[in-house]
Design a binder for this molecule. Structure first.
Ligand code: HEM
Length: 203
């Protein structure tokens, strides 16, 4: 047995701890939002940021498990991906319910004025089938190959998420932060290139 935590300890100890840790950002977002001058805008921005952060963290798992050889790490991937979806649901519902007061015509007008919102919608729609098919039963039903092909959509979602952020920041002339996310995403996509992946596995 290696030094890496075993199958049982991953499931019984590390997973519940990780589950709680992933809720900490939400706790802080709510805590700060209620004291904020513009709580809805703050909540909207922060949940969007955390949806993107969890997406990128999820994409770190494959290269990290190859580097660390702690293969059990794969058992965290689904939870992290679902947390990205969870923060995205909070982000989108805040926009539709509180920012736009459930007014479809106002949303359409907003999309016409700020097309980056359309890219957000696109990313969110693509996240839905991934969340639905994240269970073991769905994985078996689809079969490994088809499941994997579907879940490759995560790369497109990552690109759309960063583009959504970039486009918004461009209008505010604040490109520093989305630039960092774009670099992280580019690196995470690059390490998936087979020759680089093979080298990582040999380290
Ligand atoms: C239906 C889907 C979506 C809609 C309608 C939407 C809408 C919005 C809106 C209105 C903002 C704030 C704009 C402002 O501050 O003026 C925003 C910001 C943001 N959204 Fe989305 N979004 C969607 C999906 C997503 C998804 C799926 C992600 C991530 C994967 C995401 C990540 C972000 C980020 C990172 C920001 C910037 C936060 C900041 O300024 O600090 N959004 N979105």
């Amino acid at each position: 047995m290696g030094l890496a935590p075993s199958f049982a300890s991953v499931d019984k100890i590390i997973k519940p701890i990780l589950f709680v840790l992933c809720l900490i950002p939400l706790f802080f977002i709510v805590f700060i939002a209620v004291q904020h001058v513009n709580p809805i805008e703050y909540f909207l921005d922060q949940t969007g940021l955390w949806a993107l952060r969890f997406l990128l963290i999820t994409l770190c798992i494959t290269p990290l498990r190859k580097l660390s050889k702690w293969y059990e790490m794969i058992r965290f991937r689904r939870m992290l991906g679902l947390y990205s979806f969870f923060y995205a649901v909070l982000h989108v519902s805040t926009y539709i319910i509180f920012d736009q007061s459930l007014d479809i015509s106002s949303i359409i007008k907003d999309i016409e004025e700020r097309p980056f919102i359309m890219v957000g919608f696109f990313a969110f729609i693509l996240l839905i089938p991934l969340a639905i098919t994240s269970t073991n039963a769905m994985m078996r039903r689809l079969g490994g190959k088809r499941w994997q092909a579907l879940h490759r959509l995560v790369y497109l979602i990552g690109i759309a998420g960063v583009l959504h952020f970039w486009w918004l920041a461009q209008s505010k002339v604040k490109l520093g932060e989305p630039f960092i996310y774009a670099i992280c995403l580019a690196l995470l996509l690059l390490v998936r290139y087979p020759p680089i992946m093979a080298r990582l596995a040999k380290l």
